[in-house]
Design a protein around this ligand. Structure first.
Ligand SMILES: NC(=O)c1ccc[n+]([C@@H]2O[C@H](COP(=O)([O-])OP(=O)(O)OC[C@H]3O[C@@H](n4cnc5c(N)ncnc54)[C@H](OP(=O)(O)O)[C@@H]3O)[C@@H](O)[C@H]2O)c1
Length: 258
């Protein structure tokens, strides 16, 4: 696979969503294979047709990622049949403390950790052996700018994205010498169902298409961290380095205080 030509076989989880769907289209090209996962079978079929019309070969899988045995079986079969060049671990969910600050429902918290953390690690666990054996491959973990500092309105979501950020950074250091590239993607606000349902202001909102193009560029350069947009990245990074009392005050002033 030549770097200039881009990855030939790309697996995207959460392809039925805003960012995942835009990523699928951005990577759909003649000679390439896309493997698209989601739960919404109708949306998967629609997306597959759009990607096929751009010349890509498309495989789809409708699967609930909380079913980890099914996830592991699917990925094991896939790894035996396809040579995965790029795996974008993108599927995710959000929950929040509610408009009156009542708190997150425990069932939602458990489901969130299953999708945003356990399924992410299970996916990496399943695809990594073949990449290591080949000494080649790339993994992109979709974290969030919410990983820099815990936002009072979305405690579990921030915790899950911080876990994935740290996990990806560690994997990158571990696997670099083996030829397996790992990047952490930290988007700001990107138009999607999840974004619409998130509480709080949404400054510097990007379209999924713009986000997907930025992610593809960053992955082609093997950037360790692909974070955007710049002003929000800069601001949220500061939250993580300022004294926590100052960061909390800023969040309250900006209406993220819970
Ligand atoms: N949008 C933003 O502002 C933003 C900002 C930072 C980070 N992110 C991250 O970007 C990623 C994509 O989010 P998005 O904004 O594109 O949200 P979205 O449109 O709501 O898409 C979420 C995707 O995850 C899939 N998914 C959720 N739960 C699943 C489950 N149990 N089993 C299988 N698939 C499941 C959904 O599949 P179905 O719909 O088919 O069920 C959908 O494809 C997430 O990891 C999110 O945390 C988003």
């Amino acid at each position: 696979m030549s770097e200039a030509a881009g990855p030939r076989t790309v697996l995207i989880t959460g392809a039925t969503g805003g960012i995942g769907g835009a990523l699928a289209v951005v990577y759909a090209e003649a000679g390439g294979t896309l493997i698209l996962q989601g739960r919404n079978a109708a949306r998967l079929a629609e997306l597959a047709a759009a990607c096929e019309s751009r010349g890509a070969r498309v495989l789809t899988r409708s699967l609930d990622l909380r079913d980890r045995p099914a996830l592991a079986d699917w990925l094991a079969a896939l790894a035996a049949q396809e040579q995965l060049d790029l795996v974008i671990v993108n599927a995710g969910v959000n929950t929040n403390i509610g408009p009156q600050g009542a708190g997150e429902r425990w069932a939602d918290v458990e489901a969130l950790i299953e999708v945003n953390v356990l399924a992410v690690m299970a996916t990496v666990d399943a695809v990594l052996p073949a990449m290591r054996a080949r000494g080649r491959g790339q993994i992109a973990l979709i974290s969030s700018l919410a990983a820099y500092y815990g936002l009072p309105v979305t405690p579990s979501y921030c915790a899950s994205k911080a876990a994935i950020k740290t996990y990806g950074e560690a994997l990158r250091g571990w696997l670099a010498r083996e030829g397996v590239r790992v990047s952490v993607v930290m988007p700001g606000y990107v138009e999607s169902k999840m974004c619409r349902e998130m509480p709080g202001p949404k400054p510097f909102l990007w379209s999924p298409e713009r986000a997907a193009r930025c992610i593809r560029r960053g992955l082609a350069r093997n950037q360790a961290r692909i974070s955007f947009p710049f002003p929000l990245n800069f601001g949220t990074w500061w939250l993580s380095v300022l004294p926590p009392t100052v960061s909390q005050r800023i969040l309250r002033l900006l209406d993220y205080g819970g």
